[in-house]
Design a protein around this ligand. Structure first.
Ligand code: GUN
Length: 281
């Protein structure tokens, strides 16, 4: 069965829109998300535009700040400082990757933790790993919502995560562990990967390699979550999972596009609303 992020994210966004519609009367204004885009990476431009569109459809105020590709780290830090100090801004996000003259860690650390709607700030990461209240990163949060929607309780299940990035692999493994799955973390250099993925009841693939998981690597009934956004040999958009050979074996599978991607954006909207509400207390 197809696990449609398009559908689940629409429902989530509709709920947020209804909630946000009550805010001007209750709190005097709508939430405000500021997005910084440095440079002209085409994929980043699309992501940022989609984030702005999602804000508009929900009623969240959006400011997109575009900075030239040769911007200095100091210039980006100055922009972040300005947004940190602006009490009318609830969420701040710097689209990654940033040009190479800019140190990503220093940028992420500079964002005020309470405005870090990506959940990338070291304070948020530490809180997640210590089971403290935190901003949960958007893609892992979206994946957990997709599993819940499919009625898949990770408790007692064998989950395998391929990929160990700060954005997806590491935090999703932690969320699955907290949901009482037994989690195996592996990656593209794992020896005999198929012998491990075949044990998975839940398989999350965030390896960044087009169609790397093939039908022979999954067992019947596996729930397959494809976080990939790649292009195949013909230049067509595809995931990290070879959909055609894996789908017949999977009990649930997320398509690309229309799977995890829309959930990430919907969860970003949810995090922005959370950051806004945390200030209203
Ligand atoms: N680049 C790829 N994914 C993300 C994300 O979730 N947030 C940001 N800021 N940049 C990204």
């Amino acid at each position: 069965m197809i696990l449609s992020g398009k559908e689940v994210s629409s429902a989530l966004r509709a709920g947020l829109a209804a909630q946000v519609a009550t805010f001007p009367e209750k709190y005097g204004r709508a939430p405000h998300l500021a997005v910084i885009l440095v440079g002209d990476n085409p994929a980043s431009q699309i992501y940022v535009r989609n984030k702005a569109k999602a804000c508009e459809s929900i009623g969240i105020t959006n400011t997109t700040i575009t900075m030239p590709a040769d911007s200095t780290e100091e210039a980006v830090l100055a922009e972040i400082k300005r947004l940190n100090e602006d009490s009318g801004v609830d969420g701040i996000l710097v689209q990654l990757p940033v040009p190479k003259q800019i140190n990503t860690a220093r940028i992420i650390e500079a964002i005020a933790r309470e405005k870090d709607v990506d959940g990338f700030h070291p304070g948020n990461v530490a809180a997640l790993w210590q089971k403290m209240p935190c901003m949960v990163p958007c893609t892992p949060k979206g994946i957990m919502k997709l599993l819940a929607h499919a009625g898949v309780d990770p408790k007692g299940k064998r989950a395998v995560v391929i990929g160990r990035s700060n954005i997806v692999g590491l935090p999703v493994a932690k969320l699955l562990l907290d949901a009482n799955a037994t989690v195996t973390m592996c990656h593209t250099r794992t020896v005999d990967l198929p012998s491990i993925t075949r044990q998975a009841e839940i398989l999350v693939v965030a390896a960044g390699a087009a169609k790397m998981v093939t039908g022979d690597m999954v067992s019947d009934g596996c729930v397959v979550i494809d976080v990939g956004m790649d292009h195949d040999a013909e230049g067509k958009l595809c995931g990290d999972v070879d959909y055609d050979s894996v789908a017949p074996k999977a009990s649930w599978i997320t398509p690309v596009p229309g799977g995890v991607g829309p959930m990430t954006i919907a969860c970003l909207m949810e995090n922005t609303v959370e950051a806004f509400l945390a200030k209203q207390k």
